[in-house]
Write a protein that binds this ligand. Structure first.
Ligand SMILES: Nc1ncnc2c1ncn2[C@@H]1O[C@H](COP(=O)(O)OP(=O)(O)OP(=O)(O)O)[C@@H](O)[C@H]1O
Length: 574
């Protein structure tokens, strides 16, 4: 493909079209990360292309800067704009986020169009071309190498990023924030990171565009351009790097032909391609959300399973013998509107102790878990951990204190392998940042993280399925994968929400042995489980809830014969 412009029989027209495909690919690549991987839909990416383009056009025409010198400035302007917009936008949830992107997608078009310094709606013309070794890159053939050089570099850095600690935390976002937060990922920061990264790629495209077209006008960066970029990512395959290139190719080339064909068909001029693209976007969202690339990728050879270096390992931080009472839940209360889900509940979990939290459906067990792990704020009471009050901390701060959990409704990223899902658990035990990930400077740390993840996967008995996508596992196995992920946090306290559900008899026994082994090491476990036999055999101590209130606490044998407990479970006095 690199040789295309060197082939004399390829017309200039096609080379120019491919240049535009390259420019669009950069923006679509950012959207693949933002929307496909990170789960944040943006209609406003064209505005960031505008920031990159206008910054360079202004500096080169009004202040005489050389185009290459404006590249860092263009990217810095885009980063600053993305940080400001991102700070207010990425916190929006659900449909409000895409609506927010539409809002600024429209407003920046008017801003660019109304600023006199930017030439208002006429824009800026006579932008100088890029030059290389004293040679001006005036024609599309020469420009081709620059734009596709940047595309290839961006693909490489993005692929590296996705396969890194920061990348995994971004990939985990799509299946909801709860799991990522529970292992210490700062979800807001991960979202802002991917937002800025996508904007930088758009800004780079804008910088290139300004020096290729030699003119910038606001119309190129309006909302409909933003919709086209989104269409490219969705059409190609929003979760796949090469989907961006494919989608950009299809949209740019078909737009060119539709612009010529459709007016002939309709009998007069107009931007009819917008209608066609709108219909395609809706059809894709209805019937083929994954886009075209996965259909192609399924036909070519599957990627190699990731090799795990057995020498890689992370050192555990051990258990402090001085914390006899590790967790202390004191008169905790949680109200949802008028409903009191947890009512004045108190209990302790000692060091190296397995405590069962049981009760009929709706008793408040999962809510209690969510209070301890910072997912829900308390309505009253206090929670202390290792002598520190923790009930005002968010989930990722709780994870930093080495409290890890599993979920009643499994929260794994289904498309990621079991190994990668579990590796997310070691997020706080690594430190490699965005740049280290992009440049692959994190290999030693990655080796240790994956070594540790593999060790925990073997421990829960999932070694055979380590490389399979987590979503293809049976539900019981997915629960075990969540335990492995939680163990990667190196917890002092492990909260297990119905870990035995969906497991066969032998698997339950293996799980019980594993939990006992953890206790031997010094770990404390708080367990919600409906399988009474499992709970009675395993726990040192049981807390029973009913309608949000604690109705009994004690050793398993005492609980089994407690009349209040029997009544709560059977619905009549013993
Ligand atoms: N986010 C919420 N908003 C409103 N009510 C809630 C919320 N979460 C839980 N509840 C209610 O609080 C009560 C306790 O629910 P919780 O899920 O903690 O019970 P549980 O003991 O875990 O039950 P199960 O064994 O069925 O999972 C229930 O009545 C439930 O409907």
């Amino acid at each position: 493909m690199l040789a295309i412009p060197l082939l004399p029989f390829v017309p200039d027209f096609w080379v120019t079209l491919l240049d535009f495909v390259g420019l669009a690919s950069l923006v679509a690549l950012g959207l693949v990360l933002l929307t496909g991987v990170g789960g944040m839909t943006s209609f406003g990416q064209a505005a960031f292309v505008g920031f990159g383009a206008y910054a360079s056009a202004l500096l080169t025409t009004a202040y005489g800067w050389s185009p290459w010198m404006t590249l860092p400035v263009s990217l810095a302007v885009t980063i600053a704009a993305a940080l400001l917009i991102g700070l207010v936008t990425v916190r929006l949830s659900g449909h409000y986020l895409p609506l927010g992107t539409i809002a600024w997608g429209i407003s920046f078009y008017y801003l660019f169009g109304n600023l006199k310094a930017l030439g208002a709606y006429d824009g800026i013309s006579s932008v100088p071309p890029l030059s290389l070794f004293g040679y001006d890159l005036l024609d599309s053939r020469a420009f081709y190498f620059i734009v596709w050089g940047f595309v290839l570099l961006s693909i490489l850095l993005t692929a590296n990023l996705l396969d890194s600690r920061v990348g995994r935390s971004i990939r985990a976002l799509r299946s909801g924030a709860a799991a990522a937060e529970s292992v210490g990922v700062n979800v807001w920061r991960a979202k802002l990171t991917v937002f800025v990264y996508a904007a930088v790629l758009a800004g780079l495209s804008g910088w290139l565009y300004a020096h290729f077209q030699r003119a910038v006008t606001p119309g190129v960066f309006n909302l409909s351009a933003g919709i086209e970029y989104l269409l490219m990512a969705v059409l190609g395959g929003a979760g796949h790097i090469y989907g961006a290139i494919l989608g950009a190719g299809i949209v740019v080339v078909s737009k060119n032909f539709l612009q010529d064909l459709l007016p002939v068909f309709f009998g007069h001029t107009g931007n009819y391609e917008g209608i066609v693209f709108g219909v395609i976007l809706i059809a894709m969202l209805q019937g083929a959300r994954e886009g075209i690339w996965p259909l192609i990728a399924a036909r070519v050879a599957r990627g190699e399973a990731r090799a795990v270096d057995p020498a890689g390992t992370l050192t555990g931080r051990g258990f402090d013998a001085k914390d006899e009472t590790l967790l202390s839940v004191r008169s905790v209360r949680k109200e949802f509107g008028g409903l009191v889900a947890v009512d004045d509940v108190s209990f302790d979990v000692g060091r190296a102790e397995i405590v069962g939290l049981i009760g009929p459906n709706g008793a408040g067990k999962s809510t209690t878990f969510n209070l301890v792990t910072g997912v829900l704020p308390l309505s009253g009471g206090e929670i202390h951990f290792a002598g520190e009050r923790i009930d005002r901390l968010g989930p990722e701060k709780i994870a930093e204190r080495r409290i890890a959990r599993t979920f009643q409704h499994v929260k794994l990223a289904p498309a990621m392998s079991v190994l990668e899902n579990v590796a997310i658990g070691a997020h706080l035990r690594g430190s490699a940042g965005l740049v280290a990930g992009m440049l692959k400077l994190d290999r030693a740390e990655e080796r240790d993280i994956f070594g540790e993840a593999a060790r925990q996967i073997e421990r829960v008995g999932l070694a055979d399925v380590m490389h399979r996508p987590a979503g293809t596992l049976a539900l019981g196995q997915q629960r075990l994968a969540e335990i492995a992920r939680a163990l990667c946090v190196d917890p002092r306290l492990l909260l297990l929400d119905e870990p035995a559900a969906g497991l066969r008899h032998m698997e339950k026994q293996a799980l019980a042995d594993l939990i006992r082994g953890l206790r031997e090491e010094g770990m404390s476990v708080l367990l919600v489980e409906h399988d009474m036999d499992f709970v009675m055999r395993l726990t040192d101590h049981i807390v029973v809830l009913n309608f949000g209130a604690r109705i009994a606490t004690g050793a398993p044998a005492a609980i089994q014969s407690d009349p209040a407990v029997i009544e709560a479970y059977l619905g009549s006095p013993a």
